[in-house]
Design a protein around this ligand. Structure first.
Ligand SMILES: [Zn+2]
Length: 630
């Protein structure tokens, strides 16, 4: 205890340090372990880890923890401090309470609570007294009801279920004997006050479900009737401790499983959560309202949850309603799907009646929110027209634009667009990147350019046919000119118009006239004839420079081929990036493997950024030249 050091502790440096509980706690607890319970941390270089900041909303991790020095710092919001500050700031505790909380964890005696101890601690204690009372009252009819629903004694103990007996002042009287004042009971919502100022128990004749915060402390209760009385469930009203929109029932127990699997099952009812945990679905939680809020989603994202199964008891129409009613911010953050609970039951009945496998299958077959949203946008437009595709892309742009390297929602939407609209992935990415810097309406030409393969091969083909036409417009010089063209383009591309020309020339013994006639049989013949004819007219003009025209066409073709190669390597990088992302999401990927994955991701990121920077410097240069000419 402070100030009561033994003689041996009083002498020597080690003794003095050990006498300070704050220092002892710091020595014994690893800051990364404590913070890691709320924030998923990833290695970030020597002695550092980083994760998504719990103090501000962000998409890329800027929250750094320095392990040796024992403090954290956020580059986004400048939040900083040590292990005590973290607990105080995230839990809304005073220093004394943080000291006791961490002291208990580190096995360090920090002395008795001082009179300064704040009100919140008192309120948690009040709920604790109520919890003990309700638990002591669980027997007879109420216990039989829970067993009747299929809950085991282990589940009832694990979730600390209890019973509020019939009567107006059971809890009130009990609490008074424990030294708890009725003002405190009123403050946590356990009492109700009528107009005449009379105070009585809020919960009467109900099975009691205590509701914990992420730290496992009781913040409120929900009471369920045993018969058909209304309301079926009664909750603690919003209080200092009980904030419905921020709480997820069962999260304190589900947290390890969520972090491990990256998946979470969200249900409506407390019974559902307990029944699912009892049958092995230990990553189940309940939203305390009718829908998942943004704050709840944020908490789940911080635990590295990527996929959320919404198992609200729903038929097929209900599934769609659930997704349609989903907060857009939630759908943007996590991969959500709506599960159709087998046989139209609620999840608790489904799994307790033995349909565990059916429920597991239902989880796997959920209706994906991303796909649902994609289909809804498709319905609004004609995707067979350029105009329709343009509108669809503009509508989806906010979702398609990745929030960070591991944005699972953007990746999923991109896959749908690439597959169903026939867009070229690399070109789509290029547009999204440009659009992020400067938003401009998308043009039909841009959309055409994004369509897979089409645009580029069209351009290449046009330039190739131009070269063929140029060569054929001077039949007498065909052989010599063709040789120099082939020398300038050493790469021989299968099926290209130039390769075809070489084959035709060899067949016709390099007789220009015969080669030209050979084009009559070909699909591209009309184009070649038309161009040769046009050239013969241009050649009569005073300004025509044959060599310059041929050189220009050749350099354009080289440029196009280079671009195509770059795009192939870019798509390869993007594909690899996706693959690595999946590897990180896979819980089977060992921790020894991860540093290498992060290193490679960083490398890919650097390569993509360098390429993008190069592209950016190239574009304005062209504009500059254009302006100078004027
Ligand atoms: Zn921050």
């Amino acid at each position: 205890m402070v100030g009561q050091a033994t003689p041996s502790q009083r002498s020597g440096k080690a003794g003095r340090m050990a006498a300070d509980p704050k220092e002892l706690i710091r020595e014994r607890l690893n800051i990364a372990d404590v913070i890691g319970e709320m924030v998923v941390l990833k290695p970030a270089g020597r002695g550092q880890m980083k994760g998504l900041c719990p103090f501000h909303s962000e998409k890329t991790p800027s929250f750094h923890v320095h392990l040796d020095r024992g403090f954290y710092y956020c580059f986004g919001c400048q939040a900083k401090g040590d292990i005590f500050d973290f607990v105080m700031q995230t839990q809304g505790l005073g220093f004394g309470e943080a000291l006791r909380l961490l002291g208990a964890r580190a096995g360090v005696d920090v002395g008795k609570p001082t009179p300064k101890d704040d009100r919140r601690r008192d309120l948690f204690d009040v709920n604790g007294v109520a919890l003990a009372y309700y638990r002591s009252q669980l027997a007879g009819e109420a216990l039989a009801y829970l067993h009747g629903r299929g809950l085991t004694s282990e589940s009832i103990d694990a979730f600390q279920l209890g019973y509020a007996p019939d009567g107006w002042d059971g809890l009130l009287k009990h609490a008074l004997t424990k030294g708890v004042r009725d003002d405190a009971l009123l403050a946590v919502g356990l009492l109700v006050e009528n107009e005449r100022g009379r105070r009585y128990d809020r919960f009467r004749k109900r099975v009691m479900f205590p509701i914990m915060d992420a730290m496992g402390r009781v913040v409120g209760f929900s009471g369920r009737v045993l018969d058909d009385d209304q309301p079926k469930y009664l909750n603690t009203p919003e209080t200092e401790l009980f904030r419905k929109g921020e709480l997820l029932y069962g999260l304190d127990r589900a947290r390890p499983a969520i972090r491990k699997s990256g998946e979470v099952i969200v249900v409506e009812g407390y019974m559902d959560v307990i029944a699912l945990h009892q049958t092995g679905f230990v990553n189940a939680v309940a939203a305390l309202g009718a829908a998942l809020t943004e704050q709840q989603a944020e908490q789940l994202a911080r635990l590295d949850a990527k996929r959320v199964h919404l198992a609200f008891d729903a038929d097929e129409a209900g599934q769609r309603a659930v997704l349609a009613g989903l907060d857009q911010a939630v759908g943007r953050r996590l991969l959500v799907d709506a599960v159709r609970v087998p046989h139209g039951k609620d999840p608790a009945d489904a799994v307790l009646e033995g349909d565990v496998d059916a429920f597991r299958e239902a989880l796997a077959a959920g209706l994906s929110e991303v796909e649902f949203r994609f289909r809804r946008v498709l319905e609004g437009f004609d995707r067979t027209t350029i105009d329709g595709q343009r509108a669809i892309l503009e509508e989806l742009a906010p979702v398609l634009t990745p929030r960070d390297v591991f944005d699972p929602v953007a990746a999923e939407m991109r896959r749908l667009v690439v597959d169903h609209l026939g867009m070229d992935g690399a070109r789509l990415d290029a547009w999204l990147e440009a659009n992020q810097r400067r938003q401009r309406p998308l043009s039909g030409t841009q959309v055409r350019g994004m369509r897979r393969g089409r645009a580029q091969s069209d351009q290449v083909r046009t330039v190739e046919l131009e070269i063929v036409a140029l060569l054929l417009s001077r039949p007498g010089q065909l052989r010599g000119r063709l040789d120099s063209v082939l020398a300038a383009l050493p790469e021989r591309v299968e099926g290209s118009a130039l390769t075809d020309l070489v084959a035709l020339c060899e067949e016709a013994g390099y007789d220009g006239e015969r080669v030209l006639l050979g084009y009559r049989e070909r699909d591209d013949g009309a184009l070649v004839f038309e161009r040769v004819l046009a050239l013969s007219r241009e050649e009569d003009g005073p300004r025509f420079d044959f060599d310059a025209a041929l050189t220009k066409a050749l350099s354009r073709l080289r440029e196009l081929r280079l671009e195509a190669r770059k795009e192939t390597s870019r798509s390869r990088l993007l594909a690899r990036r996706e693959e690595l992302g999946r590897l990180l999401e896979d819980p089977g990927t060992g921790s020894e493997q991860r540093p290498a994955v992060y290193a490679e991701l960083q490398q890919i990121h650097a390569m993509l950024s360098a390429r993008e920077a190069e592209r950016r410097t190239r574009v304005p240069a062209k504009h500059g030249r254009g302006r100078r000419r004027r």
